[in-house]
Design a protein around this ligand. Structure first.
Ligand code: SF4
Length: 238
């Protein structure tokens, strides 16, 4: 949403001028554009291949991430590494960033003003990296990228398109730490994600244009498309 505040106009100009991730990080600086700048230990910008074909968008740094300055370094990060390994990818081959770059106190949910202040940085990161596929992890990332209020449980594992990129919503790995039944779902969705990625790369992925940008308001099943199923699914994992 456009703002009349002069500092926002300066920010928009600075974001446009940032021509690579380093310049964008410099532009963000020692950010205090929202109150989280006063309580964080370290700003967590993002990590990975700046030319990644697959980008993960999570929610916000937790305690470990806040201390280390890197996303997904705690127990959820360990599971994310396992999930990546299960589809033949290493963390260095993808890019990982969050909706918020600073930790909300006590790991509470992001607040709308915080998201409004911080998501322009993520939007510019996505533009600069140019991934073919975005995997949104959990409710907040999915709602932002797909501009929807539908819960992750209604859209996970399905294929959408936002601003020309394929989007696959997936449970946040932290969800499996509290609910073991989600672990198998996560591994299943990563197998689908790999198929989407392969097809995006070889040019055979098709997402109908009506899925572009925004989810239809109809009940589950009216919008989005099941990500392709994998023939000959491997056994013994999960
Ligand atoms: S959460 Fe984002 S907008 Fe808020 S202080 Fe951190 S970097 Fe700045």
């Amino acid at each position: 949403m456009a703002s009349a505040r002069p500092e926002d106009a300066r920010d928009a100009a600075g974001l446009t001028a940032a021509s690579d991730l380093g310049a964008l990080r410099d532009h963000i600086g020692d950010c205090h554009r929202c109150a989280l700048g006063d309580t964080r230990t370290q700003l967590v910008f993002g990590v990975g291949d700046p030319d990644a074909r697959l980008m993960f968008v999570g929610e916000a740094p937790g305690k470990n991430e806040d201390l280390r300055g890197e996303p997904f370094v705690g127990a959820a990060g360990k599971l994310l590494d396992e999930l990546l390994e299960s589809i033949g990818l290493a963390r260095s081959q993808v890019y990982i960033a969050n909706i918020l770059k600073c930790r909300p106190p006590g790991n509470r949910d992001p607040l709308p003003p915080e998201m409004a202040s911080c998501t322009p940085f993520l939007a510019r990161q996505i533009e600069l990296i140019g991934p073919k596929v975005i995997a949104t992890l959990g409710n907040f990332a999915t709602r932002y990228v797909l501009d929807t209020q539908r819960p992750i449980s209604a859209v996970r594992g399905r294929l959408f398109r936002a601003e020309g990129r394929a989007v696959v919503p997936i449970f946040h790995p932290a969800a499996a730490l509290y609910d073991a039944s989600k672990r198998d779902v996560l591994f299943d969705d990563f197998r689908r994600l790999k198929v989407v990625l392969d097809r995006a790369e070889d040019g055979t992925l098709q997402v109908p244009e009506q899925a572009d940008g925004r989810l239809a308001p109809e009940p589950d099943g009216a919008a989005g498309h099941d990500a392709p199923h994998i023939a000959g699914r491997p056994s013994g994992d999960g």
